[in-house]
Design a protein around this ligand. Structure first.
Ligand SMILES: O=P(O)(O)OC[C@@]1(O)O[C@H](CO)[C@@H](O)[C@@H]1O
Ligand SMILES: [Mn+2]
Length: 442
């Protein structure tokens, strides 16, 4: 490795890695759970999609067990078969990797973790797309809705607090915007602690009130670029005669995390730090809990229909934001391709150009972080800017709970200190980073 070369990408070749554990233990469990849940939901699926879907369920379960066998026995990655628009790109990537290895196709334990894990979720969607009747079925849909309903108590307290804070702002009381920004960026940050794929698709939602926990959680933020992030927003507005601009949030999980992101977006608008917020979701069910258009709409519909006044008020307000354009929801197919973000300019020029219109782009969650830093084995003290390897459509900030063993941007000594306190610090979601990059470094 030359001095300028980035470190290698994570892969299951290393048996002590989380990548190995994921492929060896977690992915087979996720696949088995999906098959089980299809069996359990059989009657409901038939009621919704018709009698013919009975055959479709068998078809999907058959493919799931074949895939599980292929993972467990380290078989070659297979081309996708549906005629979905992104299948060509996936199969082209498979051909490229095969050619690069002298005709040897990538395999589960030797290819990069990012490639095989994203492939697994893409393959699941392909099986559903190949059915006759169930093409619109979301394998994880019910779990995502449960993640929201299980969090109704913390959602209610968060909405009451948000309602109070925004009302006080309207009354012109001297609320400190810096404090609000710092508080609600932490709400969105810790919202990422509770996703479903880390718990093998089992329930893992937020039952306690997050607001009460924030100060207690503060020491677990290993890198905190809150001030730099806020300064970047202010300087972008300052350059336009104090006109606030667009802020983008690249979403991660549905359920409680989505509500925390929407809350943060509301605070950005209410404080005048942003004039509009663009949310980026997924075009298909992804990594168990990621937000799709259906999840986004379902969440706002469910909130507006809530019997809790603050929840229904905010739900209705957010639906109207989508109408008046102060919020925009979009989903680009690049987010579910296997590429890390240093390749966005090459594979999705339009998305890169769109993100460049924002004053600041927030990237939520662990998978987005892995894609930002190329899922590589960085020395933890490598500057975050360096780990991005030239990706810089706009100033950006990642809010992430560590659930994978790649991290950059830590001060010297921090990794060693936390490793003594918690040997699973890199993967158990209990430690977080707020990482900002204000300029391009290649
Ligand atoms: O992106 P998210 O929702 O925060 O996390 C996704 C995740 O659960 O999936 C991968 C492991 O399977 C890890 O990157 C991470 O733990
Ligand atoms: Mn996710």
């Amino acid at each position: 490795m030359g001095t300028q070369d980035p470190p290698p990408a994570l892969s299951a070749k290393n048996e002590s890695s989380f990548a190995y554990y994921t492929i060896n233990a977690r992915l087979p469990v996720i696949l088995a759970r999906i098959a089980d849940s299809l069996c359990r939901k059989k009657e409901r699926i038939i009621a919704k999609y018709g009698q013919e879907s009975s055959e479709d369920i068998k078809f999907v379960i058959g493919h799931l067990s074949k895939l599980r066998y292929e993972v467990q026995t380290n078989k070659a990655i297979q081309p996708l078969e549906s005629n979905a628009p992104d299948v060509q790109a996936w199969n082209r990537e498979l051909a490229t990797q095969t050619a690069a290895q002298g005709g040897e196709p990538p395999k589960w334990y030797s290819a990069t973790w990012l490639y095989v894990e994203t492939y697994m979720y893409r393959a699941l969607n392909d099986y559903v797309a190949l059915t006759k009747t169930m093409k619109s079925f979301d394998i994880f849909g019910e779990q995502k809705q449960i993640a929201y309903t299980d969090a109704e108590v913390p959602v209610s307290s968060l909405m009451s607090y948000l309602d109070e804070v925004t009302a006080n702002l309207q009354k012109g009381s001297k609320t400190d915007i810096d404090e609000l920004f710092s508080e609600f960026i932490q709400v969105a940050l810790w919202g990422n602690k509770c996703d479903l794929s880390i718990s093998h698709g089992a329930e893992n939602s937020q039952k306690q009130c997050l607001l009460e926990q924030l100060s207690h959680l503060k020491p677990n933020i290993l890198a905190d670029d809150t001030r730099k992030t806020l300064a970047a927003l202010r300087s972008a507005a300052g350059a336009r005669n104090h006109q606030a601009g667009r802020v983008d949030i690249v979403l991660d999980n549905a359920g409680f995390e989505l509500v925390t992101d929407l809350t943060f977006a509301e605070v950005l608008l209410a404080t005048g730090l942003a004039s509009c917020v663009h949310f980026h979701g997924k075009t298909m069910p992804w990594f168990v809990s990621d937000v799709t258009q259906d999840d986004f709409s379902w969440t706002l519909d469910t909130m507006s229909a809530s019997s809790n006044t603050a929840v229904s008020k905010l739900g209705a307000k957010w639906k109207s934001r989508l109408q008046d354009g102060s919020w925009v929801y979009k989903a680009h197919s690049f987010w579910t391709l296997p590429y890390d973000y240093s390749l966005m300019k090459k594979h999705a020029q339009d998305l890169y150009a769109d993100l460049a219109k924002a004053d600041l782009v927030f990237f939520k969650g662990d998978l987005n972080y892995r894609k930002l830093v190329g899922d590589r084995d960085w020395n933890p003290t490598t500057p975050f800017q360096v780990s991005l390897r030239g990706f810089h459509p706009a100033p950006l900030c990642s809010l992430r709970a560590l659930k994978a063993d790649t991290v950059a941007g830590l001060r010297p000594g921090v990794a060693e200190e936390v490793a003594v306190k918690d040997e699973k610090w890199q993967v158990n979601g209990s430690w977080t980073t707020i990482s900002f990059c204000g300029e391009r470094v290649s």
